[in-house]
Design a protein around this ligand. Sequence first.
Ligand SMILES: NC(=O)C1=CN([C@@H]2O[C@H](COP(=O)(O)OP(=O)(O)OC[C@H]3O[C@@H](n4cnc5c(N)ncnc54)[C@H](OP(=O)(O)O)[C@@H]3O)[C@@H](O)[C@H]2O)C=CC1
Ligand SMILES: O=C(O)[C@@H]1CCC=N1
Length: 264
Amino acid sequence: MSDALKIGVIGGNGWLGGAIVQAVLDARLAPPEELTLSYRGERPARFQGVRWTTDNQELADRSDLIIVSVRPAHWPSVAISATGKLVVSVMAGIPLSRLTVQLRTDRVVRALPNAAAEVGKSYTPWVASPAASERDRSIVRRIFEACGSTDEVTSEADIDYLTGLSGSGPAFPALLANAMMQNALTHGLGPQVARRAVAAVLIGTGRLLERHGESPVETVKTFLRYQGTTAAAIEAMRAAGFDAAVAGGLAAAFKKSVSMGQSS
Ligand SMILES: NC(=O)C1=CN([C@@H]2O[C@H](COP(=O)(O)OP(=O)(O)OC[C@H]3O[C@@H](n4cnc5c(N)ncnc54)[C@H](OP(=O)(O)O)[C@@H]3O)[C@@H](O)[C@H]2O)C=CC1
Ligand SMILES: O=C(O)[C@@H]1CCC=N1
């Protein structure tokens, strides 16, 4: 970043925290020596040149931007004073109001990346408190653009909903892929061919959706109009409750996101 931003990541050795750190380094948003990462337990050996610490207050004092990436259940243990600093939480469920009070800063952002941050393909919606400046917003945008694509939204309820839709999202195609794999194996297909076939379907569909103008609604309609094998499969899956199962799953994730914010 232009004026050497100092970034701290609480939980920097975790699944998501580590992916964000890697993305920041890959995009050269900050040099390793400006990064302070905290951990519990054994000192991590990854990310040459960064400062690792078990002291979250030291991390906060050394950083301009603090990313909180611990599990919601561990959030009560993060007791730091971040007065005057920008804090970005990626924790599911924890509302802006609780971040503000516990971390003693009113410049707070709630963001919800997903597991595809590991490969620079996360979708990350975020919402900022009124005290976050335009510069703060620009920094947040650049961090999450390094992880994939991103949108600022205006309501925390949208973030709670998107926690299930896109935060948990990579699990849903994985669930579908798993069901397809199981079915292929049941039909006697070799595991290698089954895995390659299913992975190619997911990756190819992603590319189709990425293509300008392609929407899932249109893709499904096109296959239904074709009235071939695909339409037969879609109609049977829908008759078995496919759409209702997806809606029920997203409702469960939404409810869990809200309840985690109340209980953690
Ligand atoms: N993984 C995902 O796909 C997504 C995760 N999220 C959110 O991101 C957050 C992190 O999730 P994820 O990376 O998966 O979880 P992980 O358990 O992989 O990582 C959390 C890390 O935080 C560390 N930690 C816990 N408490 C502290 C503390 N007080 N000080 C320093 N480090 C601490 C943990 O250490 P230890 O291992 O010793 O406990 C662990 O390394 C969660 O709040 C989750 O809701 C959001 C969207 C997607
Ligand atoms: O499953 C979870 O709770 C985390 C938050 C969103 C995605 N993964």
